[in-house]
Design a protein around this ligand. Structure first.
Ligand code: SF4
Length: 588
């Protein structure tokens, strides 16, 4: 997947009459290694995927060259970590030499463009910082007058200043989106009286100074990305084109997420603009059929999703990823997403947990009931979704775990659907998220250094890129135990299928029959009269007891009593205040 920010910068700066050349070296590195040594590549890739690129990924190879002296002094630590994932220092050193050849090749490619260049920028978002720093250091060695700027999630938040303090060849670090930032920098380089925005830089005496922040240009006014695809070492039918539906999270408050520190203006693109962009790629080549939707919440405006879905229907495109918050999802939106085309991988919904108290600890802005409503709709409509399930979390105790398990048991017949993938995972601690900034408040003790910094002896930056920090919960043993229980619950549910785990409803002559099969036990319930009507009214959408009372002309106490009976039978899920509910049975 090419880098969309580079594609947009290429188009935007060209439109403004500037001479610009962009390189997508991340597309070239993997084929380069594979060509050089397929065996070592396969081993390294498999192990780093299994254990996480944060623990040992390609960025460490570039880092070992960038911080060569420290690497030499820290070989024992590298050896230990490599061995813990089944690799050896010899594997690493072989790849290190290939990496050295690659960076020399990359420098050779950019060199002809450096003479007379004003600015060299690096876009680093997925553990690409060390490779970019290494290349930047080579640029500055030969062209000390060229200005350099870094941007992207790898250098956001408080780390931006750390980077400047420790890396003399970095002149500016962006603190927001790139478009306005780079334009202002280029104008400033040409005319020193022009204002720079959205960067930190070094002052005359070496102090770090922060330029004023300005909101970015409207996404609808940005040009369509421009790529020199003939330079990519990947055939067009294998390229995945990134598409922005919008930018920035509309919520920015989850306690585990550093999103707020990215300073990204929350904006949604119009349906027309998205359609123009997809049409533009199809005009470039009918082989460009793979897309990846970039946006921390692609559901900023449900109307856009519905319109885009109509446009995409019948186009036969393939989508590889998209992220949606559950909060505003409904059946219309879910059906629309289903009509985008083929989903090569399930799209992501921010579910996180089924415990309301955990959702509050996370400040997720959604309820367990809403999470269940969305998953039930996805299951019934056959929409391919996936979600992460936190198995431990700061402040989590047996009570929250029990809540979570209770709801998972109640909705096991929904979770067994093949189109719902669950990824249980431990909490990990990124910098700049609220938990990181207030560890005592969240009852955790964080390590003094990130997982990256700790592998280099005497590393000057405790934070580095987006690497998480090791930490301990105040109730570490309990969290470990709870985590195991939640993982086992997911495995137990996913080992079942819809033939042995179901809760279905069907109309029969004397009422509504609900048939349940759970752990081999079959039961059934017949609902009649108002109980049946009330149950049917909440099959697709959360209802409130108050509005039900009005609709069915009943005292609200009677509705509440009825809901309590239905809850005892395991047929509905109630909100913690017991004022809202959802009927859980699916259509037979
Ligand atoms: S986790 Fe998602 S919804 Fe929460 S703040 Fe981050 S991007 Fe926004």
């Amino acid at each position: 997947m090419p880098n969309i920010n580079l594609g947009i910068m290429q188009a935007l700066l060209t439109e403004k009459g500037k001479k610009v050349k962009s390189f997508h070296f991340h597309l070239e590195f993997l084929p380069f290694i594979r060509r050089a040594n397929p065996r070592v590549w396969d081993q390294f890739l498999a192990q780093s995927e299994q254990f996480g690129v944060e623990y040992m990924g390609l960025d460490y190879l570039f880092a070992s060259l960038l911080f060569d002296d420290r690497y030499r002094e820290s070989e024992d630590l590298f050896k230990e970590r490599l061995e813990s994932i089944g690799l050896t220092l010899t594997n690493f050193d072989t790849l290190r030499e290939i990496t050295r050849s690659f960076i020399e090749y990359a420098f050779g490619k950019i060199s002809p463009h450096l003479q007379g260049a004003n600015l060299v920028g690096f876009s680093c978002s997925h553990y690409q910082l060390s490779s970019s720093l290494l290349l930047c250091s080579m640029v500055k060695k030969v062209y000390p007058d060229v200005q350099t700027v870094f941007g992207g999630k790898d250098c956001s938040g408080t780390f931006a200043s750390e980077l400047l303090k420790n890396m003399p060849y970095v002149d500016f670090v962006g603190t927001s989106e790139c478009e306005l930032t780079v334009e202002s920098l280029l104008d400033h380089i040409k005319d020193g009286s022009k204002e720079i925005v959205n960067v930190v830089s070094r002052g005359e005496n070496g102090t770090i100074q922060k330029a004023p922040s300005r909101p970015n240009t409207s996404l609808n006014r940005l040009p369509l990305p421009s790529y020199e695809m003939q330079d990519f070492p990947i055939p067009r039918n294998e390229l995945i084109m990134p598409i922005e539906f919008g930018r920035g999270c509309p919520w920015k408050r989850c306690t585990f997420c550093p999103d707020e520190s990215y300073n990204i203006l929350c904006q949604a693109k119009s349906a027309e603009k998205i359609q123009d962009e997809i049409g533009y790629y199809l005009d470039i080549s009918p082989d460009l059929r793979n897309f990846f939707i970039l946006d921390s919440d692609a559901l900023k405006d449900p109307k856009t999703i519905l319109e885009v879905s109509k446009f995409l229907e019948e186009k036969g495109l393939t989508f590889h990823y998209a992220e949606f918050r559950a909060e505003r999802m409904n059946r219309d939106v879910l059906s629309a997403i289903l009509h985008f085309g083929t989903w090569a991988s399930n799209f992501q919904i921010g579910i996180e947990t089924f415990s309301d108290r955990m959702l509050q600890l996370m400040n997720k802005g959604v309820t367990a009931l809403k999470n269940v409503e969305v998953l039930k709709a996805a299951a019934e409509l056959g929409v391919p979704v996936q979600f992460n399930l936190f198995t431990c979390y700061p402040g989590m105790s047996t009570q929250e775990m029990n809540d979570n398990i209770r709801v998972m048991d109640l909705i096991a017949h929904i979770l067994v659907y093949d189109n719902i993938l669950i990824y249980p995972g431990e909490f990990y601690l990124p910098t700049d998220c609220p938990v990181f900034m207030n560890p005592e408040q969240y009852s955790i003790r964080k390590h003094a250094e990130s997982i990256f910094s700790v592998i280099f002896k005497d590393f000057p930056m405790p934070s580095y890129s987006n690497y998480p920090y090791p930490y301990q919960f105040d109730n570490d043993d309990e969290q470990y135990r709870l985590s195991t229980i939640i993982r086992e619950k997911v495995d137990a549910i996913k080992s079942k299928n819809r033939l042995n785990t179901y809760m279905t409803y069907k109309d029969i002559s004397d009422g509504l029959e609900i048939s349940i099969c759970l752990n081999g036990n079959r039961t059934s319930h017949i609902l009649t009269g108002k109980e049946k009507s009330i149950y049917l009214s909440a099959l697709e959408k959360i209802r409130e007891a108050g509005s039900i009372a009005q609709e069915f002309d009943m005292p609200v106490e009677d509705v509440s009593a009825m809901l309590q009976t239905l809850e005892q039978k395991g047929l509905v899920l109630l909100s913690p205040d017991r004022k809202s509910f959802l009927s859980l049975a699916t259509k037979a």
